[in-house]
Design a protein around this ligand. Structure first.
Ligand code: SAH
Ligand code: DHB
Ligand code: MG
Length: 218
């Protein structure tokens, strides 16, 4: 039994993709404009953006945090899933990325639902704690600090809130046996260790291409 997405049949995967159309014209415009502005094409895949929206809808999210805005592709998806009065705080360390994202939020008419925090995530998160507790935290910035971002999420999510982490397979290098392990490997392994075994979360890794780790705070 082939358990891969679409049973590893590209035509079947295409059928699903065409039917569910995870990338509508609004998201496509964001991706294309970001590329035109020279941003790297490292936003979540379209179907993963839809996963985020549906997960957020499931949680009843009023207050969300995103670490790593880029052009606002995933942020737009998160906002789509939030309750009508929900607010997303999204952190970005690159000034140009944040400018492109601001245009995304302006075009989507969601400026008043998004608080853009510009700066290094680890320097912004302590003050952001004062706005919590949060219903949803999406971690998608530098992989070398994923364990510290999870520390913050564990402390600042409400019980029943969800943490999600993109790139949970670390581009295939999560468990490549390199000695000594890179900082990214150390941090991502510590992230998984806490999510999987600490007893603080009930967690899984959704089998997306990049691996989307999700945990519900107990
Ligand atoms: N979530 C986005 C993609 C984020 S890519 C989407 O799916 O649409 C990662 C982003 O994190 C980049 O824009 C990068 O500039 C930013 N970033 C990386 N390290 C950071 C840090 N330490 N603090 C804040 N932003 C950071
Ligand atoms: C990179 C970052 C991401 O969040 C991602 O999904 C893909 C690539 C990167 O930094 O290269
Ligand atoms: Mg990512």
């Amino acid at each position: 039994m082939n358990k891969a997405f679409g049973n590893d049949d590209p035509a079947l995967a295409r059928y699903i993709y065409d039917l569910y159309t995870p990338e509508d014209a609004q998201l496509r415009e964001v991706r294309e404009r970001a590329g035109g502005e020279g941003l790297p094409g490292i936003q979540v895949a379209a179907l993963d953006a839809r996963h985020l929206e549906v997960l957020v809808r499931l949680c009843g999210v009023r207050k969300a945090v995103e670490v790593g805005t880029l052009a606002g592709y995933s942020a737009l998806s998160i906002v789509r899933g939030m309750l009508p009065d929900g607010v997303l705080y999204t952190i970005e360390g690159d000034a140009h990325h944040a400018e492109v994202a601001a245009e995304t939020f302006r075009k989507a008419g969601i400026t008043e639902r998004v608080r853009q925090l510009r700066g290094t995530a680890l320097s912004m998160l302590p003050a952001l704690a004062g706005e919590g507790p949060f219903d949803f935290v999406f971690i998608d910035a530098d992989k070398e600090n994923y364990d510290q971002y999870l520390d913050w999420a564990a402390a600042n999510l409400r019980r029943g809130g969800m943490v999600a982490g993109d790139n949970a397979f670390l581009f295939g290098h999560l468990y490549t046996d390199e000695s000594p392990p890179s900082q990214g490997q150390k941090a991502m392994r510590a992230f998984h260790q806490r999510l999987a075994t600490s007893g603080e979360f009930r967690s899984t890794v959704l089998p997306t291409g990049e691996g989307l780790a999700v945990g519900i705070k107990l």
